[in-house]
Design a protein around this ligand. Structure first.
Ligand SMILES: NC(=O)c1ccc[n+]([C@@H]2O[C@H](COP(=O)([O-])OP(=O)(O)OC[C@H]3O[C@@H](n4cnc5c(N)ncnc54)[C@H](OP(=O)(O)O)[C@@H]3O)[C@@H](O)[C@H]2O)c1
Length: 324
C-alpha cells in the first residue's frame, strides 16, 4: 500500500511516500481501506513537534509512528476474530489526535477506539472533513453553560475548529458574532453567523458597545486582557492556543479564585463522544463540511505547506480514492 512516512521531526520535507506492507488486524481490530484523510493543524504540530510537550505523546526524540495522520474515513475490509461491532463493508470514520497512521491506504484500529459508522447521507470526504475540528470545537464548547439566545463571539470562525464551533452553536440557537476575513464573510453567514465582523477592517477587541456571554478564540490570536471588557459579568473566555507567555494555562486558576469573568483551557479527551455528537449533527442537518482543498497522497508535502500557513478555510483533504 501507499503510505506517507517520516522518521524524524521537521518540516514537510521529511515526509516521503513509500510502498509499505498492508497492516493486519489483531483480534480486537478492524482493517480499514482509507478513502480520505485530512492534513490538519494537529498533524502539523506532530510533524514539527510543536509545542515541545507534544513529544510526550508522540515520541520524545523521534515520532513513535512511522506513518502520520490523525483521522480517516473509509471502508472496513477485514475484522479481527473477536470484533463484534463492525462487519466488512461498513463505512466508518475515526480520529486519534495522538496519531493514527491514517496517511496511508490502509490502517488498523481497535473496534472500541474512536471509530463509528458514517451517517448514510454523508460521503467519506464530508465525514473526515468534520472530525478533527469538530472534536475540538465540541470539547471547547461543552465546558461552557449556554442557553438559547446566549451571545457568543467566535474568532477564527473560518478554520476547522471555528467553522464547526459556529455550526454547533447555531444548532443550539445561540446568537453568534463570527470573525473572519473578506473572502469568507458570505460563508460565515451561510454557516449560521448572526453577525459577521471582518478582521481586515475592524479589531473586535476594540469594540466598546458589545458584550458577550462567551468569547471563543478558535484561532488563538487574541488575549484575555484584550477581551475581558467584552465579557458580560460571568462571561467565559476560551482560546485554542496557550496565549502570550502561555497565560491560558494559569489564568483559569487565577480567574476562578477571583470569581466573575473566567478563562477556561479545556483538554479535549473523549474522541468517541465527539464523533457521536458530530454524527447526530450530520443526521439532523446541522453540520456541513467545509472543504478548502483536496490533494493526492503524492502531493503530501504541498498539503502540509499549505496547512502550516494557518490560513485554510475548514479542512484540507488527502483523497486516496473517491469511489464508494
Ligand atoms: N488546544 C488544542 O487542543 C488545539 C488543538 C488543535 C488545534 N489547536 C490550535 O487551534 C488553532 C485553530 O485550529 P484550526 O484547525 O481551526 O486552524 P485552521 O483551520 O488553520 O484555521 C485558522 C483560521 O483562522 C483564520 N485566521 C487567521 N488569522 C486570523 C485573525 N487574525 N483573525 C481571525 N481569523 C484568522 C484563518 O483564515 P484567514 O487567514 O483566511 O483569515 C483560518 O481560517 C490553531 O492555532 C491550532 O494550533 C489547538
Amino acid at each position: 500500500m501507499k503510505a506517507v512516512t517520516r522518521t524524524k521531526y521537521g518540516g514537510p520535507e521529511v515526509l516521503e511516500v513509500r510502498d509499505m506492507p498492508q497492516p493486519e488486524p489483531k483480534d480486537d481490530e478492524i482493517l480499514v481501506r482509507v478513502h480520505a484523510t485530512t492534513v490538519n493543524r494537529t498533524d502539523c504540530g506532530i510533524l514539527t513537534a510543536t509545542p515541545f510537550p507534544i513529544r510526550f505523546f508522540t515520541g520524545l526524540f523521534k515520532p513513535k509512528s512511522l506513518v502520520p495522520g490523525t483521522d480517516f474515513a473509509g471502508v472496513v475490509v477485514a475484522i479481527g476474530e473477536k470484533v463484534t461491532n463492525f462487519r466488512t463493508g461498513d463505512r466508518v470514520w475515526g480520529l486519534n489526535d495522538e496519531g493514527l497512521a491514517s496517511h496511508a491506504e490502509y490502517l488498523v484500529i481497535k473496534e472500541d477506539a474512536a471509530v463509528i459508522p458514517i451517517p448514510e447521507n454523508i460521503d467519506f470526504e464530508e465525514a473526515v472533513a468534520c472530525a478533527e475540528g469538530g472534536h475540538y470545537a465540541f470539547n471547547f464548547l461543552n465546558k461552557v453553560k449556554l442557553v438559547e439566545g446566549s451571545e457568543v463571539l467566535v474568532n477564527g470562525a473560518t478554520g476547522a475548529i471555528g467553522s464547526s464551533a459556529l455550526q454547533q452553536l447555531k444548532s443550539r440557537n445561540i446568537y453568534i458574532t463570527a470573525v473572519g476575513n473578506t473572502k469568507n464573510l458570505k460563508l460565515l453567514e451561510q454557516l449560521g453567523a448572526d453577525k459577521v465582523l471582518n478582521y481586515e477592517e475592524v479589531d473586535f477587541t476594540e469594540a466598546d458597545d458589545e458584550q458577550y456571554d462567551f468569547i471563543f478564540d478558535a484561532v488563538g490570536k487574541s488575549s484575555y486582557s484584550k477581551c475581558k471588557k467584552l465579557l458580560k459579568r460571568n462571561g467565559i473566555y476560551i482560546s485554542s492556543e496557550l496565549g502570550p507567555s502561555a497565560e491560558n494555562l494559569y489564568l483559569p486558576l487565577i480567574t476562578k479564585i477571583r470569581g466573575g469573568k473566567r478563562v477556561i483551557f479545556p483538554i479535549p479527551i473523549d474522541r468517541k463522544r465527539s464523533l457521536l455528537h458530530l454524527k447526530e449533527l450530520f443526521e439532523n442537518g446541522y453540520l456541513q463540511a467545509v472543504i478548502d482543498r483536496k490533494y493526492s497522497v503524492e502531493e503530501i508535502q504541498d498539503a502540509y505547506r499549505y496547512v502550516l500557513k494557518g490560513q485554510k478555510t475548514g479542512s484540507v483533504l488527502i483523497v486516496f480514492s473517491s469511489d464508494d
